[in-house]
Design a protein around this ligand. Sequence first.
Ligand SMILES: Cc1cc2nc3c(=O)[nH]c(=O)nc-3n(C[C@H](O)[C@H](O)[C@H](O)COP(=O)(O)O)c2cc1C
Length: 184
Amino acid sequence: MEIIEKRKSTRNFLDKEIPEEILEKLVSSAILAPSAFNFQPWKFIVVSDKEKKQKIRAVYDDATKRIKLFKKLHLTNVPIYNQDTYFLEKATLIVPCYDKKISYARDSLAMACQNLMLEAVNQDLASVCVGRPTVFNSHRKKIKKLANVLGAYEVPYLIVVGYPSLVPYRPKRKPLEEVMKRIK
Ligand SMILES: Cc1cc2nc3c(=O)[nH]c(=O)nc-3n(C[C@H](O)[C@H](O)[C@H](O)COP(=O)(O)O)c2cc1C
């Protein structure tokens, strides 16, 4: 619970590389997650190359622009906030992928990613899961190409991880009474 409470989506990072052995620890924690039929239908691609990260950031910004346009045209009502996306370049990007042919692969991957984000806290790191750069098909294709993701795999979101430079506040949670029900 201590680690769970400490994890907060972080968007401010120091310019500090994550050592290889710690990156390996993060992925080692991910692969201990449960997966349907123990298929382990996942891959984790680590991107630390500056140029690649800049290109991924551009995809994120382009997706933001498109969502804003859709909102203007009343085609979506998803909330969108203004964000300085420089944090994507400062951190390390982990591109989690799941095998599209495997049942429950996306669910299994989500469990693995949660493990990874919790182990990040244990390693004095912080993270944020970002779905915006992969929300549109065309953008997802670009991310897959940039991260050399094989055709059989899909990328549902990215995990941005690094050493935090600012401790964020935690957005409010719904009260327990609203989300927990006891049935007889
Ligand atoms: C699937 C998923 C997609 C997300 N996409 C984004 C995103 O594109 N950009 C972003 O800044 N945060 C993103 N987040 C982070 C959420 O905004 C954040 O988890 C939520 O506000 C709760 O805050 P907390 O994680 O600090 O508890 C995403 C989280 C999840 C689980």
